[in-house]
Design a binder for this molecule. Structure first.
Ligand code: HEM
Length: 160
């Protein structure tokens, strides 16, 4: 599907340019879906310190508590994402989610964090990842390994 979008736009004898990337809506949806299924900062970022006692949802969070946001749990929550384990970039292509605000305060998908300490590299990251993936798909044929060994996509909990 990315090729269906990419090939007519770039053409067989041209390289992908940065200006092509903003028109690659399906590819951007694919990248968002990868960031949803496998957020590089699933838990370990976003540490926040309660500087005073505070009640959240009726529960006391005492001063000195370090809290972490479990982004992985949010991006796999079936009440937020129907079929959360399926890879479905189309969910970002629907009319209302065309500009799905992954950089703002919509916490359904915030792979770069949110608020004043959110990732300052987020725009650079999205631009470069879009450009690299588009270029790699355009310049090479990607095939399954000839011996049939599947790629190991199992997750591990590390920094990223
Ligand atoms: C796909 C790539 C990336 C992802 C998913 C990502 C994700 C994140 C996350 C989740 C945080 C913590 C935000 C928070 O605490 O609310 C963060 C912080 C940060 N990121 Fe990124 N990041 C990426 C790429 C980059 C790049 C390319 C740079 C630099 C060019 C960068 C620089 C930083 C810095 C300096 C912080 C700390 C900000 C602070 O504490 O004030 N990141 N990133």
């Amino acid at each position: 599907k990315v090729h269906e979008e990419l090939d007519p736009m770039v053409g067989p004898h041209q390289s992908v340019t940065e200006s092509d990337c903003s028109s690659l809506h399906y590819l951007q949806a694919v990248i968002k879906e990868v960031l949803r299924l496998h957020p590089p900062g699933p838990l370990l970022s976003w540490a926040r310190l309660a500087v005073s006692d505070i009640y959240i949802g009726g529960l006391l969070v005492p001063a000195g508590t370090t809290a972490m946001v479990n982004m992985w749990a949010i991006t796999h929550d079936p009440s937020v994402w129907p079929e959360p384990l399926e890879f479905k970039p189309e969910c970002f292509m629907e009319a209302n989610s065309e500009d799905f605000p992954i950089f703002r305060a919509d916490l359904r998908l915030a792979p770069f964090g949110s608020g004043r300490r959110s990732c300052p590299g987020r725009t650079l990251s999205m631009k470069t990842v879009t450009f690299w993936v588009a270029s790699l798909l355009h310049e090479f044929y990607w095939l399954p390994a000839s011996d049939g060994t599947p790629v190991d996509l199992s997750e591990v909990l590390r920094l990223s």
